[in-house]
Design a protein around this ligand. Structure first.
Ligand SMILES: [Fe+2]
Ligand SMILES: [Fe+2]
Length: 397
């Protein structure tokens, strides 16, 4: 059980809805309505759903919320971005590649190495695999995240090969991230423990659905969102590394740990951007931070669907919460960490509106944590549910 945040009230739900899309919280302005009723089969839904539409509602999305005069800020930060962001990228020649962690298909010992891999993964429980698969699918929807970054006014890659520091960062970030899904996908494939066709279908559905982060073409909101998300993935890959070690697969632990280290470096970059925005435009930045937190940071794969389970993302999140890979507590911890990192509490010289936003943001993490503790104390009801990714075997959600 976890909590859901509304602008004025908190509510508890039976699933870890800290990770739910914002569209679940909004009661109006829906442009698309697909059935999200629990246990409705894909055949039944299929009657109303066009094949290219997301599995759930998307509310009307606000666009271009950054005042046009602020475009200048990003133009003036070009040199800063070059000196502060691009230095955080690793050269390709010294970067790790998925092949560094995988059996070499050109080597004599390939079959033996695959056998060893399968031996190592044999004892890992299904709930771990469901979470790792969900993490991998999230990584595999990378085209969506590059698209999202390129919706942001003032920093988008205008040509596909733009030489602005912002565009270079976005392309190189994407190129680094591309290795994550690639490596996890191949490892999971070789393990033989998961239904690859179902996983591949989920990836195709997810990329086709996109995401709705509520960033409004606004780079302030966009970089707050990515700061939060990179830290969230750093935490979850760190936890899958820890659990892989506990289950005896050191190689998988190393893989997840290596990916987590990339996420950390990316988090540093995005946090630096927001830190700079706080320096230049404290009022504008605090208002955006409060706005993002009021809307809640939806997870990038919130529109996940496998053709079977209409609440797949919630179910995967429930398992992730249960095994401690990503929890409501982590959400509060990330917020608290960012508030400290950006020195939000001690910020002075804000407008009245800015001070109210500051107050809201500073009090939010303890509020979330308190509610989470209360939720933990309640009796949890769970029931078995089949996951297509593990050949329909059931897990408690
Ligand atoms: Fe990643
Ligand atoms: Fe990332």
């Amino acid at each position: 059980m976890a909590l859901q945040f509304h602008p004025t009230t908190f509510k508890f739900h039976n699933s870890p809805s800290f990770a739910l899309p914002r569209s679940h919280q909004l009661r109006s302005h829906r442009v698309f309505m697909a059935s999200s009723t629990f246990n409705v089969t894909s055949q039944e839904i299929g009657k109303d759903r066009k094949p290219y539409m997301p599995p759930r509602e998307i509310q009307v999305q606000k666009m271009h919320s950054m005042p046009p005069q602020k475009l200048e800020i990003f133009k003036s930060l070009e040199a800063w971005a070059e000196q502060n962001l691009l230095v955080l990228l690793k050269p390709v020649e010294t970067s790790w590649q998925p092949q560094d962690f995988l059996p070499d298909p050109a080597s004599e010992g390939f079959h033996e190495q695959v056998k060893e891999l399968r031996e190592r993964t044999k004892e890992i429980p299904d709930d771990y695999f469901v979470v790792l698969v969900g993490d991998m699918i999230t990584e595999e929807a990378l085209p969506t995240y590059q698209t999202m970054l390129n919706t942001l006014d003032g920093v988008r890659d205008e040509t596909g090969a733009s030489l602005t520091a912002w565009a270079i960062w976005t392309r190189a970030w994407t190129a680094e991230e591309n290795r994550h899904g690639d490596l996890l996908n191949k490892y999971l494939y070789l393990s033989g423990r998961v239904d690859m066709k179902q996983i591949e279908k989920t990836i195709q559905y997810l990329i086709g659905s996109g995401m709705d982060p509520g960033t409004e073409n606004n780079p302030y909101l966009g970089y707050i969102y990515t700061s939060f998300q990179e830290r969230a993935t750093f935490i979850s890959h760190g936890n899958t590394a820890r659990l892989a070690k506990e289950h005896g697969d050191i190689k998988l632990a190393q893989i997840c740990g290596t990916i987590a280290a990339d996420e950390k470096r990316h988090e540093t970059a995005y946090m630096k951007i927001v830190e700079k925005l706080f320096e230049i435009d404290p009022d504008g930045t605090i208002l955006c931070l409060a706005d993002m937190m009021r809307k809640k940071v939806s997870m990038p794969a919130h529109l996940m669907y496998d053709g079977k389970d209409d609440n797949l993302f919630e179910h995967y999140s429930t398992v992730a919460q249960r095994i401690g890979v990503y929890t409501a507590k982590d959400y509060a911890d990330i917020l608290e960490f960012l508030v400290q990192r950006w020195n939000v509490e001690k910020m002075t010289g804000l407008s009245g509106e800015g001070r109210r936003a500051q107050d809201f943001v500073c009090k939010l993490a303890p509020r979330i944590r308190k509610l989470e503790e209360r939720a933990q104390g309640r009796v949890k009801q769970s029931s078995p549910l089949p996951f297509s990714w593990i050949f329909g075997r059931e897990l408690n959600v």
